[in-house]
Unconditional design. Sequence first.
Length: 213
Amino acid sequence: MRTFTHDGTVRMVWTAAMVARVYLDLGMAAMLEFSSLDKYNFSVNMKEDIGSCNRFVKEYFGDKNRGYGQQIVEVFHKLRVRKFKDPYGPAKEQFEGTGSYGNGAAMRTAPIALFCHKNYEELLDTARKCAELTHTHKQGYNGAILQVDDPFRRTLQYAISLGGDTDTIASMAGAIAGAFYGYEAINTSLQKHCELLDQVIKYADDLFKLISA
């Protein structure tokens, strides 16, 4: 069996934190001690720990041989010495105050997209907060946001932003994006605002059945 690198480690830690949050929100804190997440020693205050980087730091100092880059190691050391008084401070200090725009933040966003898929605004906010723990340059956290972005919604937003005959432009762009990404890619938060949605879906299904017969 081959071990994963630091990329897998930080992604696992963040995923574990979000799973723990769900357990606690459902009043199932007792389940944590029996789960595979027990190694992270989550407390009943895990809700407040979401967005904190102390789990990343504990994991690093528990196992340093995962190929961490020098810059992130420096952040972890400063965080521990300063006792997490400013979780975002060390990252902001990197590269003479400009912050890192490396790919590490974007790498660990996959579980955030899954966790926040029902709330687009929460998804963007969570992705940015997670990124800024280590990458405060705008290219660093925006890269993370793009990894969890909704491509279908982004297509519509861009089409509307062009101005002019926006309803027609967005209709055409939406049709093309829908065909390209598939119905499953259209977020339910968008669908609920669509008039006669059920009827439209039925028409589409009927049309598909007719041409597939």
